[in-house]
Design a protein around this ligand. Structure first.
Ligand code: GDP
Ligand code: MG
Length: 608
């Protein structure tokens, strides 16, 4: 395939607008995969179990297809992108290998928060954007109104907008046409030295690291000796080919092609995303690389039974081979024993990782409350990043006078919501310490069901817990939400610790804003009181900031007849509780003299 017969493209969209469905349809229409049985939903590109269960794409996948057009065969390379804010980094690296993007918008929902962010990411890279309205088969579809919305939001000419139903297949042929007609072919000369851009990698038990590359110039063949601009390590190309949709070996990879290479790379850290690969002895200028993914949410992960730690660590290490954006370090806690501190791109990323750990490695784990990386600026202007509340300086401890200020990461949030919910959304943002609130109408018309784009600067720590759930419930599910990094901001934060019988439980420490100390302290103490089973003696439960006790409850001692003295609705709850207690007997952690069930850690994560 010469360059002029190649098209490299992505599908970009807000979650659930139909990327995976359209990808399946394109693969079917080009005969790359068999047409699905009626009523079955294959979604070939979403490979991980958790992706299928949650219907989200986590890891970008790539597939090549061949399509005839005006008597010639074209090679179309589809690079699927994830659809969630946490994975914006994956989106940008997938886009780097493309010349064009299909911007898919659900005709019944209209432009949503991630439609905006993926549109801007694609435009920044200078990609040709093909606007596509999907789900026109739905009775609630309003193609004209949404096309007008795309015009006012993106400056897209309504005449350029394709209208399709990815589900029924209607109009999908026109998408293939548009890809060939509108997206420019990749540039690149086969006679120039080899220059390959490494944009993704995965790990295979038998063959080691498999890298996905896009060939910028030159030709790559089996047996070639290659080297990396970044690590300078040398490799022999053992296998290469295209994803059709599974790995399909070919003799060469030529300019403009996207494909896989296997070259006996042992460690996934050798496959540096954004790296440039060239032939040994024929150096080239590296392509502008990528900023490495930055972990924004941290949590401790512990085995339920301490003796399982080696197995857990092994599982985590294997999983991080397939998900390079997870940061990993060992840590230990006096309450939970030996564990790991993991850094994630966001809280969904964390949930996905935890679920994969449970599904694929059958590992039961305790995950501590998520925390964001705080910045301590010392009096001598040195800076320390803290990803574990335990390391946070205590109010009034011996080092605290050296602290000049504490900063927290903030993000620029965009919320798109029907105007009726503007008040609710503003409230929600204020409660979560938002700043610089601003809003404008997305539709030029300003009609009654108009949508509003609300933007604000909000601390990341405020949105990692349950902000998204609140947003959805307070907007009857209509609000969509996205955010981008907006640096650090000075803030009044302190460490809150929880004491059981006078002893701090290190794994429960939290960083709290001054304005929320009382509320958070009381809520968590109450929750602890609910989830900790009664002991043989009385146990005071306290929340403290420095030496100051913010809240206190007392867990009374267990009686001989454990159900005596209970009444009303309380009785049932306690009974259930006792049963739970039986089940979780083997899941107990001992904190000093107090037995703490794993449930305590789980339930606490939900409070705020
Ligand atoms: P993604 O998150 O963008 O990958 O979206 P999916 O492809 O997973 O689609 C989300 C949901 O929308 C699924 O339930 C699809 O069956 C449904 N869907 C996708 N395209 C269409 C369409 O053209 N019409 C209708 N009615 N439903 C669709
Ligand atoms: Mg999908």
């Amino acid at each position: 395939f010469p360059c002029e017969l190649i098209r490299n493209f992505s599908i970009i969209a807000h979650i659930d607008h139909g990327k995976s469905t359209l990808a399946d349809r394109l693969l079917e229409l080009t005969g790359t995969i068999q047409k699905k049985e009626k009523g079955m939903n294959k979604q070939v590109l979403d490979k991980l179990k958790v992706e299928r269960e949650r219907g989200i794409t986590v890891k970008a996948q790539t597939a090549s297809m061949i399509h005839p057009h005006s008597g010639r065969s074209y090679l179309l390379n589809l690079i699927d992108t994830p659809g969630h804010v946490d994975f914006a980094w994956e989106v940008s690296r997938s886009l780097a290998a493309c010349q064009g993007a299909l911007l898919l918008v659900d005709a019944s929902q209209g432009v949503q928060a991630q439609s905006l962010s993926v549109f801007h990411a694609a435009r920044e890279r200078g990609l040709k954007i093909i606007p596509v309205l999907n789900k026109i088969d739905l009775p609630a579809a309003q193609p004209e109104i949404v096309a007008a919305q795309m015009q006012s939001t993106f400056g897209i000419d309504p005449n350029d907008v394709l209208q399709i139903s990815a589900k029924s297949g209607k109009g999908v042929e026109s998408v293939l046409q548009a890809i060939i007609d509108r997206i420019p072919p990749p540039q690149g000369n086969g006679d120039d030295p080899l220059k390959a851009f490494l944009f993704d990698s995965s790990y295979d038990k038998y063959r080691g690291v498999i890298s996905l590359v896009s060939i910028q110039s030159g030709v790559l063949k089996k047996g070639d000796k290659i080297t990396s601009c970044y690590t300078r390590k040398k490799y022999d190309v053992v296998d290469l080919g295209i994803m059709h949709p599974e790995e399909t070996s070919t003799a060469t990879l030529r300019p403009g092609q996207v494909g896989f290479i296997a070259c006996n790379m042992k460690e996934s850290s050798e496959a540096h995303i954004g790296d440039t690969v060239h032939h040994v002895g024929a150096p080239v200028d590296p392509m502008p690389g990528f900023k490495p993914a930055k972990a924004m949410v941290y949590a401790g992960v512990y085995p339920i039974s301490s003796s399982d730690f080696p197995k857990l660590e092994e599982s985590i290490k294997r999983l991080t081979l397939t998900d390079r954006s997870v940061e990993y370090a060992r840590e230990s806690s006096s309450a939970l024993g030996q564990g790991c501190r993991l850094g994630f791109l966001g809280s969904l990323h964390m949930d996905v990782f935890r679920q994969r750990l449970e599904d694929e490695y059958n590992a039961n784990v305790i995950v501590t409350a998520p925390t964001v990386p705080y910045k301590i600026v010392w009096n001598d202007d040195k800076e320390t990043y803290i990803s574990n509340p335990t390391d946070f300086p205590d109010a009034g401890d011996k080092n605290s006078w050296k602290v000049k200020e504490i900063q927290e990461p903030v993000v620029k949030a965009s919320i798109i919501v029907p105007q009726d919910y503007l008040g609710e959304m503003m409230d929600l943002c204020f409660v979560h310490r938002a700043d610089d609130l601003d809003h404008r109408y997305l539709d030029a018309s300003g009609s009654l069901d108009s949508r509003i784009l609300l933007t604000c600067i909000i601390p990341l720590g405020e949105i990692v817990m349950d902000f998204f759930d609140k947003l959805k419930s307070r907007s009857s599910g209509f609000a969509s939400f996205d955010y981008e990094d907006a640096g650090y901001k000075t803030s009044q934060l302190s460490k809150m610790t929880f004491l059981l019988n006078g002893r701090a439980v290190d794994a429960l420490a939290l960083i709290v804003h001054k304005s929320a100390e009382q509320e958070v302290g009381r809520a968590w103490v109450k929750k602890l009181h609910e989830v900790i089973p009664r002991q043989l003696f009385e146990v005071p439960i306290q929340a403290a900031v420095g030496k100051k006790i913010i809240a206190r409850e007392t867990l009374s001692a267990m009686r001989a007849d454990v159900t005596a003295g209970l009444y009303g609705g309380h009785y049932e709850r306690k009974l259930k509780h006792l049963n739970n207690q039986k089940e979780s007997k083997r899941l107990m952690k001992k904190v000093g003299t107090v037995e703490l069930p794993q449930e305590a850690f789980f339930s606490l994560l939900k409070t705020k």
